[in-house]
Design a binder for this molecule. Structure first.
Ligand SMILES: [Zn+2]
Length: 261
């Protein structure tokens, strides 16, 4: 009976039974392998520095893109299908992976970033509560569907600390961690490490460079506090100790690193 139906259908449609590939290929997609995983390993968050309309135009018509855009009101746009690569990461590295565009989902959030204050110092702009609410829902869903590890929920500055400072020190990493999203450190453990380090002294630059590398950051390992190392340390601090992100090695930064073992 089935053969008869197939024959009839084939005759009618001039196509083979269960064949859905390009013309001329006998492709059977009825069996799916049990051993497989998502190609998506990370989520990268950004801010756009421009308003809703410009962000939408730039990310949909320009030479850069993101899978999702959250506007000022917290409305989410999906601009690129999750199965395809968006062009948001640029030259970057995380745990040695430099193909971040191909292995991550990019989320852009409308936020001005920073502007120069009257004293000449940068003034950072906070995220709207509606954006944070939308982001929490979106991240939780993406993480769950793709099985993304906590340490792979990152900011652009984490994966490109020499070029980028987004999503900035006001990005709610701590609030997201409290909601079970992303990597955080054991705060009680950090307090204990800090008390000990304040008595013993802060570790040397080589130690900080090693820790940064262990925690995923691309960082020189030569033991000198050069501009690259300062930028990488600042990126780490913006994420985990946003109150002070001057890129200088200090006891509190070391204590946080130790509490991330
Ligand atoms: Zn960015």
């Amino acid at each position: 009976m089935i053969r008869l139906i197939c024959t009839l259908l084939a005759a009618a449609a001039l196509a083979g039974c269960a064949s859905r590939g390009p013309a001329g290929l006998d492709l059977d997609t009825s069996i799916t392998a049990v051993s497989q995983s998502s190609r998506v390993r990370a989520v990268v968050v950004h801010y756009t520095t421009v308003d809703d309309a410009k962000s939408l135009h730039l990310l949909s018509q320009g030479k850069v893109s993101a899978h999702y855009l959250l506007d000022l009101d917290g409305r989410a746009y999906r601009l690129v299908d999750e199965n395809r690569a968006a062009w948001h990461a640029g030259a970057s590295s995380w745990y040695g992976n430099i193909a971040m565009n191909s292995t991550s989902i990019g989320i852009e959030i409308v936020n001005p970033g920073w502007t120069e204050g009257e004293d000449g110092k940068p003034v950072w702009h906070p995220y709207d509560a509606r954006q944070v609410r939308a982001l929490t829902i979106l991240l939780r869903d993406i993480i769950q569907r793709h099985g993304i590890a906590a340490e792979n929920v990152v900011g652009h500055s984490d994966i490109a600390p020499q070029r980028k400072v987004d999503p900035g020190p006001l990005f709610p990493w701590k609030a997201l961690a409290d909601a079970g999203i992303g990597r955080w450190y054991n705060e009680a453990g950090a307090a204990e490490h800090l008390a000990r380090l304040q008595a013993e002294g802060t570790p040397d630059v080589a130690w900080f460079q090693k820790q940064l590398q262990r925690l995923g950051y691309a960082c020189p390992q030569h033991g000198t506090l050069d501009r690259e190392t300062i930028n990488t340390l600042a990126a780490f601090q913006m994420h985990y100790r946003p109150a002070l992100h001057d890129g200088q090695p200090d006891a509190e930064t070391a204590a946080i690193m130790l509490a991330m073992l």
